[in-house]
Design a protein around this ligand. Structure first.
Ligand code: AMP
Ligand code: GLY
Length: 420
């Protein structure tokens, strides 16, 4: 089979790393890919939103399966365009990807189908929203309706801060059109867990659980980032909780989407919080998480191509998806200054040495390759994943990798996998 993967971050590198293990795969292309991905796939210089060029490439190269890793093209309807051209593609259609693309949509879905989540109100007028926050007790949670690179959520500690946040979103349009509509939510507390699942529109198969560290610095200090590291499994996600989630959240969501005429086929990501009143949905994503994919996929035993095809063909109920009984930890090596200003172009050393280490994978997120050398080329540069029998072993392994792979102004958290 020939496969095209759309995207170019650490998540796509992990997807390609796993697809490559399938005996069914002859060749993988990645658009646009990155320096490290070019070792495992042929990178093609087409952007993820250039649907016509991607379709033309897939037809020309007789691609058997296209896998879309990123949210933007999915929410923009890339799957519909590929299907209209008779091409096989893994990911939700536009009318299902809206579960991530619009928070107003997902909140309404949860309300209608009684899926536990934070209470909320939706506003598209600044003055009305302002009047509402002036009646609320802080902390006040503001969410831009649309995609905002994971930065569209503000937790405001006072009414003044909330009014300022609303102004930024609705009037100054800091997140573009994403913020013209705003969801204001009840503030919830408790540990968070991410459960990704494979869906074929009818059946939902949860993957092993994971937990993300979103803040830039140790002990959850500093700004929110795309994710500084992850670990799997989560320590709080017991089999009993998993069973309740299946009954109250996972199946009801997939059934609700089908009932609404929006069957979800692809990876549905449940961002959950274990509150004193039970597990609640914080957010849905319509794709693998980044860097959740970097800890979940290394634990997958079953052929990923077979699973993706079952999602497309609606035969997931006939699959027995197997996972390793182990643990994985991914530590992100970022450029100093990320998520704000940072520099690029520093040489990365130690990659050869790391590639000889067992139970260690180096997934490239923001790198470029020139004359056989690798250079930093983004905020999140690498994801170093260690595996082991226990989380403690996996943590040790991941940090042994971090010690080896180096570049100037390298920044990473020292506490990945340790919390809760
Ligand atoms: P989201 O992009 O929706 O995942 O939100 C980003 C982060 O903000 C989440 O991972 C939570 O830590 C936090 N958050 C979002 N919604 C709430 C809420 N209703 N109460 C408390 N924290 C929240
Ligand atoms: N790491 C969170 C996400 O991919 O949305």
């Amino acid at each position: 089979m020939k496969i095209l993967v759309v995207g170019g971050g650490g998540r796509e590198h992990a997807i390609i790393w796993k697809l490559k293990q399938s005996p069914r795969v002859e060749k993988i292309y990645c658009a646009p890919g990155n320096g490290g991905i070019s070792q495992d796939a042929e990178c093609v210089n087409i952007g993820p939103m250039e649907f016509d060029r991607l379709v033309a490439f897939a037809k020309e190269q007789k691609i058997d399966l296209t896998v879309v890793g990123m949210d933007d093209p999915l929410v923009g309807g890339i799957v519909d365009v590929f299907e209209q051209n008779g091409l096989r593609v893994f990911g939700p259609r536009k009318n299902a990807a809206i579960i991530e693309g619009s928070k107003a949509f997902s909140k309404e879905l949860m309300k209608k189908y009684d899926i536990p989540t934070a209470g909320y109100e939706t506003f598209d007028d600044f003055e009305t929203a302002k009047a509402y926050v002036l009646t609320q007790e802080p902390p006040i949670v503001l969410k831009a309706d649309g995609l905002a690179l994971g930065k569209g959520v503000l937790i405001c500690q006072s009414q003044e801060e909330a009014v300022e946040g609303l102004k930024e979103m609705m009037i100054d349009q800091k997140f573009g059109k994403s913020g013209t509509k705003v969801v204001i939510e009840e503030f919830l507390t408790g540990p968070e867990v991410s459960v990704l699942s494979f869906c074929d529109g009818k059946t939902v198969c949860p993957m092993v659980s994971a937990q993300d560290h979103k803040r830039a610095y140790d002990n959850d200090q500093g700004l929110n980032t795309g994710g500084m590291g992850t670990f799997s499994p989560s320590r709080i996600y017991t089999p009993e909780i998993a069973e309740t989630c299946m009954k109250e959240i996972f199946r009801p969501t997939v059934d609700a989407m089908a009932k609404e005429g929006r069957p979800f086929q692809g990876v549905l990501y449940f961002g959950l919080m274990l509150t004193p009143k039970g597990m609640k949905v914080i957010e849905y994503n319509c794709r693998f998480g980044d860097p959740e994919a970097q800890v979940v996929l290394p634990r997958l035993k079953t052929d990923l191509v077979d699973i993706m095809e079952a999602c497309i063909d609606q035969t997931l109920d006939q699959m027995d998806i197997q996972w390793e009984d182990n643990a994985a930890v991914c530590v992100v090596e970022a450029s100093g200054g990320y998520p704000e200003h940072y520099e690029k172009g520093y040489e990365i050393t130690g990659l050869d040495q790391a590639s000889q280490m067992e139970n260690l994978m180096v997934f490239h997120a923001g790198t470029k390759q020139e004359n056989g050398k690798f250079y930093t080329n983004g905020g999140r540069v690498l994801g170093i994943t260690g595996t082991g029998k226990t989380l403690e072993e996996a943590i040790k392994r991941a940090y042994e990798g971090v010690a080896v792979v180096d570049f100037e102004k390298k920044h990473f958290r020292h506490d990945i996998g340790i919390k809760k």
